[in-house]
Write a protein that binds this ligand. Structure first.
Ligand SMILES: [Fe+2]
Length: 233
């Protein structure tokens, strides 16, 4: 949501969901477009450049930057080529740059300071746990969560310290988000992206824990299937 400079009312950003795949991996890419200026940002682009270019053309949008939630290969796959093709910045948290070693000519390290693209105000929320420098991006009532928060669960954690960090990140989101915030995860399994936080909360066991040790014990429990490890409860 942002100020509509032409009419004074608030108009939501357009979110185009792009389902992309490579071998057994399936990710969601998101093109977020300011409907007034057609300036757009892209979240975690991977693999299917044709789909991204088709979406930009269909929306008559100009790609102005790439938002990276974290540095895992399925989230950064097309960041550099698209940045070079469109001459636009790649935004990633300073911490994630530090721990990942990811480098690109137009890479910009961010903290939680918001910035503006067209009429879109982009607010990064640092949410470590899945990786040390994970970020969720809030644009109006939309939240792009990468592998931090899925509808059905949360991202995998490597050890007790990272699970504690994940608990703190999810607790922060619970305090901060409106029940009507729409959640756009990096992967979806049962349900489509764009459910409200209220709906996600009801379905997601990882949002129900009250202390970080029980959360960590559950997140790191033995005998999880691949699905449970990566997303499901
Ligand atoms: Fe990941």
């Amino acid at each position: 949501m942002y100020r509509d400079l032409t009419g004074g009312c608030e108009v939501p950003a357009t979110v185009v969901v792009l389902h992309v795949a490579h071998e057994r991996m399936k990710n969601n890419n998101y093109l977020v477009v300011d409907p007034v200026t057609r300036q757009a940002v892209l979240v975690d682009p991977a693999w299917e450049i044709g789909k991204i270019e088709a979406a930009l053309a269909a929306e008559q949008a100009v790609l102005c930057g790439i938002l990276i939630t974290h540095s895992h290969p399925d989230h950064i796959n097309l960041a550099k080529p698209l940045s070079e093709l469109y001459g636009c910045p790649i935004w990633m948290s300073k911490r994630e740059i530090e721990v990942s070693g990811f480098r690109a000519e137009r890479l910009v390290g961010i903290d939680e300071t918001p910035w503006v693209v067209g009429n879109l105000t982009i607010t990064p929320l640092l949410t470590p746990g899945h990786t040390p420098g994970c970020v969720c991006y809030q644009i109006g009532e939309e939240l792009f969560t990468g592998d931090v928060l899925f509808v059905e669960g949360c991202g995998i954690c490597q050890d007790v310290a990272s699970a504690h960090a994940m608990f703190d990140s999810l607790s922060m989101l619970k305090r901060r988000l409106s029940p009507l915030t729409r959640i756009y995860p990096g992967h979806t399994y049962d349900k489509p992206p764009g459910l409200t936080f209220d709906e996600v909360f009801k379905r997601n066991i990882y949002l129900q824990f009250r202390d970080k040790d029980s959360f960590a014990a559950y997140r790191l429990r033995k005998g999880q299937s691949a699905k449970q490890l990566f997303a499901f409860r």
